[in-house]
Design a protein around this ligand. Structure first.
Ligand SMILES: Cc1ncc(COP(=O)(O)O)c(C=O)c1O
Length: 425
């Protein structure tokens, strides 16, 4: 095998519609962060997330704002929930940093909530315990609740909404990885007050970089639109009464998004197909378990990435060399810029067999990655309150993500599974 198999690569429509929309933008000189593609992409997204649910009666339905990144969507949703200095926000610990970092941009403190075992997402029981404890300790309730659809898996949204409503706290669904995932037939991102989507290059659909915020109604949509465009009041000159941000999506990126919307359902179907194939081919491999959605019928994950866990006693070739050398090409090094790590290990890391399998797959041309390291175990959040049960830390030590994007063929999955079998001693 000569080609490298990546976790999830951007994949354009066969019809090349993305380029048609970009060309239109150039031809009409809409090379700015607003314009027909941005409006069109927002309309497409509104139709997509509304389906098949009718608009909530009397509320006029969800409205979407296209933004420069999913991170910007998290930031604006928090802002719109009134999060500010001294506030606290309950956020799933098992996630990518963009779920929690924007809380700190606003001078607030993340309160990390551990996961339950079934979906790997926010544990509703711990959430309620945390809310009660924060009220007891600080005298006020957290300002928002941020559950995350990890690798596309729906969270226990019924329970989370029930608790949120009981304490009157708004929910911001981080569905950055869960574009097109559903719970009981309803799209993720439409249950809470706000829903975050990401169109980063590795996501279910891409705009190269970009994101969107699903807002509850026209009024919230208008307010988010103001915040996303520097909060300018209507005068012939620039008049500012609130601090805004430059977060609106570019009309070029939105052109890619419009083209991608024509293949969104194909992408989702492909990810589910790849997941099913992994489940089938790995089912008899001792010591390896494919993470699957709860079987009660309500869950419909987009299976953005396939995730597996390794039994701690599973022996992998080369395991004795795991973490022996300092990694020089860290995940996320930009433009070749990385901090040289001063040790090969940290006090919380995946087990040796997981690292050995990652290296084995890498040498066979397959990109695999540990699951997200829980935020409450990140040095930068050492002082943040955390309500834990050991679940996310335990999964971090045994978990791994496997390639699942549109470029991953059936033969690729077979090759990946054969390579995994090969790696087992
Ligand atoms: C869970 C989660 N939240 C938020 C984001 C932020 O999205 P973006 O990269 O578009 O800023 C991402 C992904 O990148 C993510 O995985």
């Amino acid at each position: 095998m000569t080609k490298r198999i990546y976790l999830c690569l951007a994949h354009m429509s066969d019809t090349g519609l993305e380029q048609k929309y970009i060309k239109e933008a150039f031809d009409t000189n809409w090379v700015v962060p607003l314009g027909p593609n941005v409006n069109g992409f927002e309309k497409d997204l509104e139709e997509f997330v509304a389906s098949p649910q009718p608009s909530p009666e009397g509320k006029g339905g969800k409205r979407v704002v296209a933004l420069s990144a999913g991170t910007a969507a998290v930031h604006l949703a928090l802002k719109a929930c009134g999060v500010g200095p001294g506030d606290e926000v309950c956020v799933q610990s098992f996630t990518f940093c963009a779920s929690s970092h924007p809380i700190t941009y606003l001078g607030a403190t993340p309160v990390f909530i551990d996961s339950e075992k079934d979906t790997w997402n926010m544990d509703p029981e711990l959430l309620e315990e945390a809310i009660k404890d924060r009220i007891a300790k600080t005298g006020k309730a957290p300002k928002a609740i941020v559950p995350v659809a990890l690798y596309g898996m729906p969270y226990q949204i019924d329970r989370i909404m029930e608790i949120a409503d009981k304490y009157g706290i708004p929910v911001i669904e981080d569905a950055a990885e869960g574009f097109g995932s559903k719970y009981k037939g309803q799209m993720l991102g439409t249950f809470g007050k706000y829903g975050v989507l990401s169109f980063n290059g590795n996501k279910m659909i891409t705009t190269s970089g970009g994101g969107a915020l699903i807002t509850p109604d026209e009024e919230s949509w208008r307010e988010i639109m103001m915040y996303a465009t520097q909060y300018r009041e209507s005068y012939p000159y620039y008049q500012h009464e609130k601090i805004g941000y430059n977060y609106r999506m570019s009309n070029i990126c939105a052109g890619i998004g419009r083209g991608q919307m024509t293949v969104a359902n194909d992408h989702i179907a492909h990810h589910k197909h790849v997941q099913a194939l992994y489940e089938e081919l790995l089912k008899d491999v001792n010591g390896i378990h494919v993470h699957t959605q709860p079987g009660d019928g309500g869950y419909d994950s987009n299976y953005w990435l396939c995730t597996i866990t390794l039994d701690p006693d599973l022996k992998i070739k080369g395991q004795e060399n795991a973490y022996k050398t300092i990694v020089t090409g860290a995940v996320g090094g930009a433009a070749g810029v990385i901090h040289a790590a001063d040790s090969a290990t940290t006090d919380c890391q995946p087990n040796d067999n997981v690292e050995a399998l990652r290296v084995f797959l890498d040498q066979a041309g397959i990109e695999a990655r540990p699951v997200w390291k829980p935020m409450h175990k990140q040095p930068v959040y050492r002082d943040a309150p955390a309500y834990t049960n050991g679940v996310s830390e335990a999964i971090f030590k045994i978990g791994m993500c496997l390639p699942a994007g549109p470029y991953v063929t059936d033969d690729d999955v077979k090759y990946i599974v054969d390579t995994i079998k090969d790696a087992i001693v």
